[in-house]
Write a protein that binds this ligand. Structure first.
Ligand code: ATP
Length: 442
């Protein structure tokens, strides 16, 4: 997957995502809605595959991490305790001439408009990113509530209930996947900075003395996940160590990856000390300390957090997977033939296996085969157009295996399996098919 991104890559991705139903602007028939994106048929499959992979890695394969699915709207005091209501803001400025709006910390030169070059900018002012709504019949200040700005706060709030219900002892973690909402001043770079997005977060509660050890552990685990499970090469990843830490934090790193527009944060791994549970204890009046019955002691657990954006994961995967390969053409006057292919890891590809009858006369047999293997993999059946065209359609959405059922299949009970990356074809007996693909995917 290693290659330099071409300058047009983002435009090409946006166009492919729209054309093939991965991602398109929300509310498009009304002109779109800035910062909101819909995931189409292939995009939603891929999104779910990434969620499943993360969930499997972080929850299902670990005895000491539990899952949670909390509400998007919760008691507003949560956001007071977490500091979001008072401090979750960015400085923004407007260009008086062209009316463009910017986040001051993202401007190379905060005195000049990057769009029109005007020097006439408004005084920077604080802008809170929390999205507001009202709960109940009266729309006044008392009934204001917030859409969660991150998925981790409900984890802290439910810490006690989860611990009691599961009888977990320190150290243990709680993980959740869900939507988060931020009224970003300047949504941009496709899904990278959206106003509604999905986070996958895990909070690991431990004794403060082991905090740094666990921080190092989770940092390694997460880097390994990107390398081994998502196939990100070392040259596409880097670690950014925070120099300025929040007053309560002991250590913080970002895992950054190369996006078409440059390096960007994909995941944060943070040592948050005892800040979160202490704040919620203080504001709720409930003691959230952990009672160690064996040693008859009480401790306020230290938290190590791993926090990743699902939308950014998918964007990074698509960017790294996108390739254009020049195919040889027979005729000199023909336009250059370009194969667009997504070299996605099979585990997250929206379709893992496509079943194609060589001729429509074989549709019944091919369709039955498709139904058989559809139980084990994400499959698609396609009978329209030439085999070559059908291969290309599958390449463009990143399908690792195309299976062709041909006339010989009727006699030898075997099919041709074509590999997306090598384009090699192999004859495989139908009785061995599931095993053959499983061996290559998992
Ligand atoms: P940034 O500095 O890019 O605004 P952040 O440091 O505020 O990000 P966190 O609050 O640490 O981000 O959120 C954890 C993860 O959630 C980020 O690493 C990112 O993958 C994702 N994320 C945050 N904001 C957005 C957004 N506006 N759109 C899409 N994903 C986001």
């Amino acid at each position: 997957m290693a290659k330099e991104f071409d300058d047009q890559l983002m435009d090409k991705l946006v166009s492919l995502c729209k054309r093939r139903g991965f991602v398109f602007p929300s509310s498009e028939i009304y002109g779109g809605f800035n910062g909101f994106w819909d995931y189409g048929p292939y995009g939603s499959r891929m999104k779910r595959a990434i969620e499943n992979l993360w969930w499997h890695e972080m929850v299902e394969t670990r005895d000491n991490v539990e899952g949670l699915d909390s509400t998007v709207i919760a008691h507003p005091m949560i956001w007071k305790a977490s500091g979001h209501i008072d401090q979750f803001s960015d400085l923004m400025t407007d260009c008086k001439k062209c009316k463009s709006r910017y986040r001051v910390d993202q401007m190379a030169d905060p005195t000049t408009c990057p769009n029109c070059g005007s020097k006439e900018l408004t005084e920077p002012r604080e802008f809170n990113l929390m999205m507001k709504t009202f709960v109940g019949p009266v729309f006044d200040d008392e009934h204001v509530a917030y859409l969660r700005a991150e998925t981790c706060q409900p984890i802290f709030v439910d810490f006690h209930s989860v611990r009691v219900a599961t009888r977990q002892k320190l150290p243990f973690g709680i993980a959740q996947i869900g939507k988060a909402f931020r009224n970003e001043i300047n949504p941009r770079n496709f899904t990278f900075r959206s106003r509604e997005f999905t986070q996958m977060e895990m909070e690991f509660f431990c004794d403060g003395e082991q905090g740094m050890e666990w921080f190092e552990y989770w940092k390694e685990q997460r880097i390994k996940y990107y390398r081994d499970k998502l196939g990100f090469e070392e040259s596409f990843m880097r670690i950014y160590e925070h120099e300025k830490l929040a007053h309560y934090a002991k250590a913080a790193i970002d895992i950054e990856v190369k996006f078409p527009f440059g390096w960007g944060e994909l995941e944060g791994v943070h040592h948050r000390g005892t800040w979160d549970l202490s704040q919620h204890s203080k504001f709720s009046g409930q003691d959230l300390q952990y009672i160690d019955h064996d040693n008859k002691t009480k401790v306020m657990p230290t938290v190590i957090e791993t926090s990743v954006g699902l939308d950014r994961t998918m964007l990074a995967l698509l960017a790294h997977a996108y390739d254009e390969e020049k195919a040889a053409t027979q005729k000199a006057d023909m336009e250059e033939d370009v194969r667009v292919v997504l070299h996605l890891p099979a585990v997250v590809a929206p379709i893992q296996v496509a079943v194609l009858p060589q001729s429509k006369k074989l549709k019944e047999n091919a369709y039955n085969l498709y139904k058989d293997i559809d139980r084990f993999f994400r499959c698609e059946y396609d009978e329209t157009g030439s085999i070559g065209k059908r291969y290309r359609r599958q390449d463009e959405i990143g399908t690792p295996f195309c299976i062709t059922f041909d006339f010989d299949s009727l006699n030898d009970n075997a099919v041709t399996v074509r590999d997306r990356d090598t384009m090699q074809q192999e004859r495989v007996n139908i009785t061995q098919l599931r095993r053959y693909i499983e061996d290559k995917i998992f």
